[in-house]
Design a protein around this ligand. Structure first.
Ligand SMILES: Nc1ncnc2c1ncn2[C@@H]1O[C@H](COP(=O)(O)OP(=O)(O)O)[C@@H](O)[C@H]1O
Ligand SMILES: [Mg+2]
Length: 337
């Protein structure tokens, strides 16, 4: 009997139990990750059931009771459109006792907060920028321990939402104004971090007990002015016309010095362990001219679409896409939940 996989993902609306997802899965801006994973699961020969969640967890409880999956392939990034609820979905799956791919609810809890994960990384002596977190309704000031320029970001967002060139601030007025913008306009808590000048790299790891660091990817900023901060803003990530205009590209990092590669391997493995990540993850790194590797952000629930960084790195390492998806399923099934 083939392994029964329940693939669970989020949609920004509720659908009926027998919904076919044809529209969403065919949309290149819609559920393209889900479509990639679904096809790969079928190619692996699994019995695949699909379930989307929006603002109600009951369909998950019903599906687990009725389908009795051997494993859940979890692709939820939001609940009720909020990215910080992904951990609660996983926590529910954990309570249901079904093994589940991807990070545990604990790891998601740690990694979703850009301040909390940095506290743990610093304890383990993993280089990460100095920072200060600013909660709504509390006093805001520029502490002496932070050196300008800083970057001001939402504390718990993803996909560079709220990050533009204006996020880099080099005086106190701009610093305070940007925090106020995140508090008041975005209605989110904020974090200010020291700005780390350097190369922008994305390094993925797969594995549970045995970790495998995959070939590094890099974002380069083409013709963008040398004095403009070269960061992955929302536009630099998602606006194709903007990327084209400035020559912003994502590609494999060109031949890295063995010393730098081993520092990257070491930093990413230590961060993976320190944050108790499993299954797969992607680290956003900055590498300074002096060759120091900083963890900017651990993504414990990164995009696993075929064209995205993690799967591209796996393919480069000789693991084809269905092979990657099979590995992730097998790892989850071997785990005690
Ligand atoms: N401390 C920092 N120093 C330099 N660049 C940063 C720093 N923090 C964020 N960035 C830039 O902003 C981008 C998005 O920040 P990140 O914390 O990864 O947020 P998100 O979760 O939205 O991806 C990074 O990929 C990087 O280019
Ligand atoms: Mg990031």
């Amino acid at each position: 009997m083939s392994t029964r996989v329940l693939m669970v993902f989020d949609l920004p609306y509720a659908v009926k139990a027998d919904y076919d997802f044809a529209k969403e899965f065919a949309d290149p801006d819609g559920s393209y990750t889900e479509n990639d994973v679904w096809k790969a699961l079928l190619e692996c020969g699994y019995e695949v059931h699909r379930l989307s969640l929006f603002d109600d967890v009951r369909p998950l409880l019903d599906a687990v009771r009725d389908i009795k999956p051997d494993v859940i392939f979890n692709l939820c990034e939001t609940f009720r459109n909020a990215p910080h609820w992904d951990k609660n979905i996983v926590a529910t799956m954990e309570l249901l006792g079904v093994p589940c791919t991807g990070a545990s609810s604990n790891a998601l809890f740690l990694c979703n907060d850009k301040g909390l994960c940095k506290k743990i990384l610093r304890f383990h002596r993993v280089r990460t920028p100095r920072f200060h977190a600013y909660y709504r309704g509390h006093k805001v000031w520029l502490p002496k321990t932070l050196k300008l320029p800083c970057i001001v970001k939402p504390l718990t967002e993803e996909a560079s939402r709220g990050i533009s060139q204006a996020s880099i601030v080099d005086d106190e007025t701009a610093f305070l104004a940007r925090i106020a913008m995140i508090h008041e306009r975005m209605n989110l808590d904020a974090i200010a971090e020291e700005y780390i000048d350097g190369r922008e790299m994305y390094v993925s790891i797969i594995g549970d007990r045995a970790m495998r660091v995959l070939p590094a990817r890099e974002m380069t900023f083409g013709q963008m002015d040398e004095d403009e901060p070269r960061i992955a803003t929302y536009k630099a990530k998602w606006d194709d016309a903007y990327r084209k205009r400035w020559g912003i590209k994502n590609h494999f990092a060109k031949a890295l010095e063995p010393e730098l590669q081993s520092q990257i391997d070491d930093v990413c493995k230590r961060a993976y362990r320190a944050l108790n990540i499993r299954s797969y993850a992607r680290f956003d790194l900055r590498v300074t001219a002096a060759g120091n590797v900083y963890v900017i952000e651990p993504n414990a629930n990164p995009c696993i679409a075929k064209d995205d960084e993690l799967a591209q790195s796996a393919i480069k390492a000789g693991i084809d896409y269905p092979g990657l998806i099979r590995k992730v399923v097998n790892q989850a099934m071997r785990r005690e939940n």
